[in-house]
Design a protein around this ligand. Structure first.
Ligand SMILES: [Ca+2]
Length: 326
């Protein structure tokens, strides 16, 4: 068995060990019902200082992993390595939602982030209140409406870090899973299309049943047309903030040496190596992909009622962020 398929088999086995169906590693998505709109927001390449960053606070440790994990993962312990630091890390954008409140329009979204977005679909689900971004997830026949906003013109890099805080409000339902923001490149493919190595990739996160998280990746070596899951160790709960840091490193063209790495509240939770994000494609890590919805594409992915999640402190940096914990 080739090493790549062996690794994918491990990933699939892990997901299924957590109680999912085999289909869960290739979550069905519909084409994402995007509402395309043009925008005339100022061009990109705006570097902001990291002055809005945050004081670390003490947090309760995450629940211990209760099942097997891959050997690549680092479990939390007092001897775990500290997150990396880099004095040369530059902030591409940092958004803390402290200056405005109310409904989120496409123009407001672009102004806050300082970047034009390819589109902002289903933005009526988004509001800003009390210094964070709040998303409503309304049940419908395919999960919940696809709220999606990929940046345009983000300065590309062979490696970027995305940091954000997420809080699933009390009453949250995990159901079968749904999408969370992540880094991407090129045409930022999702929805069972693209990612043939020449066009682009995506590396969003997902929540999974019972509070598990995974990286949900589109790249040319995935086993189906849908994304492949790389489970993030730990189990997460509604009613508390988590800080996610995602590092994505592009691969050398046609060489399987790309990576994705995840920390949660400063604890190292995933390092997936040997990824082929691109073959000959002329793109790198150059998209922040806001994307969040329940699904899947069938009714059984939908929550039983409208649920809510909060997001805060979206930051993209060229190196490790200033703080890995809230
Ligand atoms: Ca805030």
């Amino acid at each position: 068995m080739k090493p790549r398929f062996y690794k994918l088999a491990i990933s699939i086995a892990l997901l299924c060990a957590f109680g999912c169906t085999p289909a869960s590693t290739s979550t069905e998505e519909t084409s994402e019902q995007l509402i395309t709109a043009s925008s005339t927001i100022r061009p990109a390449i705006q570097t902001r200082s990291a002055t809005t960053l945050f004081q670390p606070t003490t947090t309760e440790p995450l629940p211990e992993e209760t099942t097997t994990s891959t050997s690549k993962e680092t479990t939390a312990s007092s001897t775990a390595p500290k997150p990396p630091t880099s004095p040369s890390s530059q902030t591409i954008f940092s958004v803390d939602f402290e200056t405005v409140s109310g409904p989120v329009t496409e123009d407001l979204f672009a102004r806050l982030f300082g970047y034009e977005f390819d589109h902002l679909a289903a933005n009526e689900a988004l509001t800003i209140e009390d210094g964070y971004l709040k998303q409503a997830y309304t049940p419908y026949e395919k999960g919940s409406p696809r709220v999606s906003a990929p940046t345009k013109n983000l300065p590309g890099s062979d490696e970027l870090y995305l940091t954000y805080d997420v809080f699933f409000e009390p009453g949250w339902e995990w159901v079968k899973g749904g999408k969370l923001p992540g880094l991407a490149g090129g045409t930022h493919p999702t929805g069972g299309k693209g990612a043939d190595g020449t066009d682009g990739f995506s590396a969003r996160l997902m929540w999974r049943p019972d509070g598990e998280l995974t990286v949900y990746a589109y790249h040319p070596n995935r086993p189906t047309i849908y994304g492949v899951g790389y489970p993030i160790s730990g189990r997460y709960e509604a009613g508390q903030w988590y800080r996610i840091v995602e590092r994505v490193k592009i691969n050398d063209k046609n060489v399987s040496n790309g990576e994705v790495e995840i920390w949660v509240d400063g604890e190292h939770r995933l390092l997936e190596k040997d990824i082929l994000w691109r073959t000959s494609g002329d793109f790198n890590v150059d998209v922040f992909l806001y994307s969040s919805f329940y699904g899947g594409s069938t009714q059984d992915w939908a929550p039983s009622k409208t649920t809510y999640a909060r997001f805060d402190n979206f930051t993209v940096t060229t190196g490790p962020p200033e703080s890995f914990a809230r």
